[in-house]
Design a protein around this ligand. Sequence first.
Ligand code: FMN
Length: 453
Amino acid sequence: MSSPEQQMHLAAFVTAGPGRPGGWRHPNSVSDWRSAKYYQRIGRTLERAKFDLIFFADILSVPYRYGDSLDPQLRYGALGSMRLDPTPVLGALAGATEHLGLAATVSTTYVEPFTVARSFATLDHLSSGRAAWNIVTSFQDAEARNFGKDTHLDRTRRYRRAEEFLQVTAKLWDSWDDDALVLDPAAPTFADPERVHRVDHHGEWFNVQGPLNVARPPQGYPVLIQAGASPSGRDFAARWADVIFCSHASLDAAKDFYADIKGRAAAHGRDPRQIKILPAITPVVAETAEAAREKSQQLSDLVVPEAGLSTLSYHLDIDLAPFPHDEVLPEMQVPGVQGHYEEVRELTEKHGMTLRELGKQYGGTHEGDFIGTGSEVADALEQWFTEDACDGFTVSGTYQPGAFDEFGDEVVPHLQKRGLFRTEYTGSTLRENLGLDRPASGDWHQRAAREED
Ligand SMILES: Cc1cc2nc3c(=O)[nH]c(=O)nc-3n(C[C@H](O)[C@H](O)[C@H](O)COP(=O)(O)O)c2cc1C
C-alpha cells in the first residue's frame, strides 16, 4: 500500500442547483435538488467512495451576459440559472456525514470578513474539523449590480481586497487561543479572558474590532481553497491556498500550471507539498469504451449550444451572441476568467471548433482523456497524477447525483487496487485527510503578502 503522500485526493464539484446545462435533462437525473435529502444522498455516496471533500460552486446573480438576456440561462437551465446558497447546504451535510470535507464558495468582494470567519468557524465546529472555504473574488458586473454597484472591481483591486479580507478572517480565527475555552463550572471559568483577544484591524477596506464570538476552529483555519488563474490570482493562491482548483484542456497545460504554482509557493517560503492542486474533470464512465463514447454523445445532444455559450459568455465576461456561430472564436483579451479562456483557446486551435460546437462542448465539458471504462478513466487519472500534473482531481458530475455513484463504483476501486487512493479515511479532520498541517495561531503572517509583493 502506498503512503498517503503518494495517493491522490478527490473533491466533488457540485452545484446546489440543477447541475450542468444538459445534465438536468438526462433521464437518470434526479430533480429534488431543492431538498436537503438530495445533498445528503450525494454526501453519503461520496463518503462511501472515500472522497476527501464535496465542494459547492457559487455565483451571486443569474447571468445575462449572452445577448444581454436572462432568456438562455433560464430557458435552458444553464450553469448559473439557479443556485441555492451553499453555506446552509453544508449545515445539512454536516449532520448526515462523518468524514467528508465540506466546502462552500464565498466571495470576498461582496461580504464582510466577520461574517465569513464566523460562518466557517461555526461549520468547522459543527462538523468536527471538516469545513473548507472556496475563496473567490467574483468576476461579473451582474453580481456587482446585486450589491449596489454598477461595475465589478477590476482584478487588481479585488485581489487587494481579498488579501486584506484573508488577513482579517485569519486574525479573527486566531482571536481565541486554542486553549481559551476552559469550561470549568466549579471555578467558575467559561473562557479565560486573557486568552481571547481583540483584533483591532484598521486597513484600506475593513475596520474590525473583534474578537470573534466563536472559539478557534478545530482545524485552526478551515481548509482554504482558491482557483486563481491570472498572475495575481495564482500568486494569491500560492500564498494562501491549501487546495487549488483549476481546469485545463490538456495534460501539458496542467503540468505547466502545476509547476508554476508549486514554484510560486516555494518562492514564498511555503512547502509546496502543503498545497494540493486538483484540476476539474468531467468523466463519462460506461462498461465499454464504445458505450462511454455513446453516452458522452447522448449527454452532448442534451446541451443546447446557447446554454454553453451563455455560460461561457459570463465566464469570459464577453457577449458572444454577436459573433458568427459557424466560425471559430477570434483571439481576444477577456476581462473574465483567464483560465477558461485558455481552455477554449486550446480547443479552438487544436480542433478548429466553431463557436456553436464550442457552446455544446463547454456546456458538457467532458474531455476525451476521461471518457471510457472505469479502468481506462483510472489510467488517465494515474497518468496525470504520476506525471506531476496534479495532486488529485475535482470530479464534476455530468448529471447529478448518478455520475458520482458511477465514479465511486466503477473508477475508485481501480485507483484503490493500484494503491493510488485510500480505502479508509485515516484522519479525523479534513486537513489530516489531505495531509495538511494544522496552522498554529499567527501562521497567517507567513501567507500574507509582504510589502514588496
Ligand atoms: C474548478 C473551478 C471552480 C470555480 N468555482 C468558482 C465559483 O464557484 N464561483 C466563482 O465566482 N468563481 C469560481 N471559479 C473562478 C475562480 O475563482 C477565478 O476567478 C478564476 O479561476 C479566474 O482567476 P482570476 O481571478 O485570477 O482571473 C472557479 C474556477 C475553477 C477553475
